[in-house]
Design a protein around this ligand. Structure first.
Ligand SMILES: [Zn+2]
Length: 165
């Protein structure tokens, strides 16, 4: 039997940062602060990520580029490496991402790259906790309920189940 399946997801969009719930707004501000610390001399595209852990701790990361391009790391993985290294028992519950160019914060939503989606997915699997993803443009913000929306049909290795959105 042949079957055609469909995968779709819903997300919430806010017109202004001020409309966000206070916890999410705080995380967006932290992501913007983190972007200021980015080392991005090659792209001039500074990205900041901020993770809220279950205990309320906020961990930040920024993109760190390198002349040997593959040696660079994105803000999201930088923040996740930070949280796993320093708070391995504390589960990420939300991740905010912000980006800026020389002209300031981007209007566009800074969606995570494929590598980062894969790493976020594995962190959800490791902790058993869905991570709310907050994509913060200059004004508008999109909130996505977990990485399975952005990375359906995930590769999870041989012993792990696939979660559809
Ligand atoms: Zn990335």
């Amino acid at each position: 039997m042949i079957r055609t399946n469909n995968i779709s997801f819903s997300y919430t969009e806010y017109e202004k940062t001020e409309e966000l719930e206070s916890d999410d707004r705080e995380l967006v501000i932290a992501a913007r602060e983190a972007a200021l610390n980015a080392y991005a001399p090659y792209s001039n595209f500074k990205v900041g990520a901020a993770i809220r852990l279950e205990t309320g701790i906020i961990v930040k990361g920024a993109n760190v580029e390198n002349a040997a391009f593959p040696s660079g790391i994105c803000a999201e993985r930088s923040a996740l490496s930070n949280s796993i290294s320093n708070h391995p028992e504390d589960k990420p519950v939300a991740l905010a991402i912000a980006a800026m160019t020389e002209e300031g914060l981007t209007d566009d939503f800074p969606a995570p790259c494929g590598n980062c989606r894969q790493v976020i997915a594995e962190e959800e699997s490791r902790t058993g906790n869905k991570i709310k993803i907050i994509l913060a443009g200059k004004n508008k913000t999109q909130i996505i309920d977990g990485i399975s929306c952005l990375l359906p049909l995930q590769f999870k290795g041989k012993n792990l189940k696939i979660n559809l959105p």
